[in-house]
Design a binder for this molecule. Structure first.
Ligand code: PLP
Length: 368
């Protein structure tokens, strides 16, 4: 039996007639940019996030750049972030002329550690940018305390974690701003590029709205250098259709994680753990094994989808060479980068497929 890493078709298939219908409605309406669908999506997401104002943008990367700029991050400022993330997180900081400062991650959950972040605070630190990686919420309480004690802004990169919770708090409601991505493989996807910023208050949201539209409120007066970063109506209409499905999809992802554990996967590889009080939505299911690359190759032979996410941590990427980090500086992140392997995880996996994956991994680890 072949089991794929993700299965976008299975996810969209049952919704296809409704997707076709909402696309037809947008075409009939003839309004394609920043119209009623985007506004409705912003309100519907806001209703799930303690009424925080939400602003749709073109993608999750722009969401980060715009959120940081709206919080006045600029040239020379330092932003403390995780080395274990997709490049866009660090790129957004550098795009503004600010300096990404990498601090190590918590061994459980693999997100930015407040203890290590605290050691990186300087006079130039402007913000902290934790990432809820693979759907696991960062431990926000100590990060928010650290930020409050030092007068720093907090931006949550929640691209992979819509619907996750840190204790009583929904991901996306804890920082001064938070960002989402609707990239089609995300746990809350669209059918193309899309993103969103949530803001702590209307003033900040207004600035985000202005930045997404060339720094102007009205296309007449231009107040700052912004972006053309708008979410389009077709995309928003489809994302709205997916919104009521996300909890069910997330619940199934959590079910699959339980199945992996029950089926004995932990005998073969190190399983991802949930921090007590955290509710992970398993955007990806990343196990660890010392011979990760060999295991990855062996699973390909078995017909099981697997992939390395973040094999080179950000502090060791060539683009950041001038920042002067060396191998060994951030050992927990480096260990994850060396040993982590994503295995099949999506909302349509069956128990039978999970058993097949576990059996295949059991066979593969004897050969690596
Ligand atoms: C953690 C993280 N941040 C930011 C992004 C950027 O999102 P996008 O691809 O929508 O620009 C992604 C995904 O691609 C991501 O995984």
């Amino acid at each position: 039996m072949r089991v794929s890493l993700m299965d976008i078709q299975a996810q969209y298939g049952p919704l296809r007639p409704r997707i076709d219908a909402v696309i037809a409605d947008v075409l009939d309406g003839g309004r394609f940019i920043l119209g009623p669908e985007v506004r409705a999506l912003e309100e519907e997401v806001s209703a799930r996030l303690q009424s925080r104002p939400c602003v749709g943008v073109a993608n999750g990367t722009d969401a980060l750049v715009i959120a940081l700029q709206a919080l006045d991050v600029g040239p020379g400022d330092e932003v403390i972030t995780t080395p274990y993330t997709f490049y866009a997180t660090a790129e957004a900081i550098a795009r503004l002329g600010a300096v990404p400062v990498f601090a190590d991650i918590d061994p459980v959950g693999a997100c930015l550690s407040a203890d290590w972040a605290a050691e990186k605070v300087t006079d130039r630190t402007k913000a902290i940018l934790p990432v809820h990686i693979f759907g696991h919420p960062a431990d926000m309480t100590p990060l928010l305390t650290l930020a409050a004690e030092n007068g720093l802004a907090v931006v949550e990169d929640a691209a992979q974690a819509f619907g996750a919770w840190d204790g009583e708090w929904a991901v996306g409601t804890m920082g001064d701003a938070a960002t989402f991505s609707f990239f089609p493989t995300k746990n809350f996807p669209g059918i193309g590029d899309g993103g969103m910023v949530t803001a702590r208050d209307e003033t900040l949201a207004e600035r985000v709205r202005r930045l997404r539209f060339h720094g102007s409120k009205d296309k007449v007066v231009f107040e700052e250098v912004g972006f053309n970063s708008r979410l389009d109506e077709l995309q928003a209409a489809v994302i709205r259709l997916f919104l009521p499905e996300v909890d069910r999809w997330n619940d199934h992802r959590r079910q699959v994680a339980d199945w992996y554990r029950e089926a004995g996967l932990g005998a073969h590889v190190v399983l991802p753990e949930e921090r007590p009080g955290a509710k992970c939505v398993y955007h990806l299911y990343v196990v660890r094994h010392p011979h990760r690359d060999a295991l990855n190759a062996a699973l390909k032979d078995e017909g099981i989808g697997s992939a390395v996410y973040y094999g080179i941590p950000m502090h060791l990427q060539p683009v950041f060479r001038s920042l002067g980090y060396a191998a060994g500086d951030l050992p927990v992140a480096e260990e994850y980068a060396r040993t982590g392997l994503a295995i099949p995880m999506h909302p349509h996996l069956t128990r039978e497929q999970v058993d097949e994956v576990v059996a295949a991994i059991g066979r593969a680890v004897t050969r690596v």
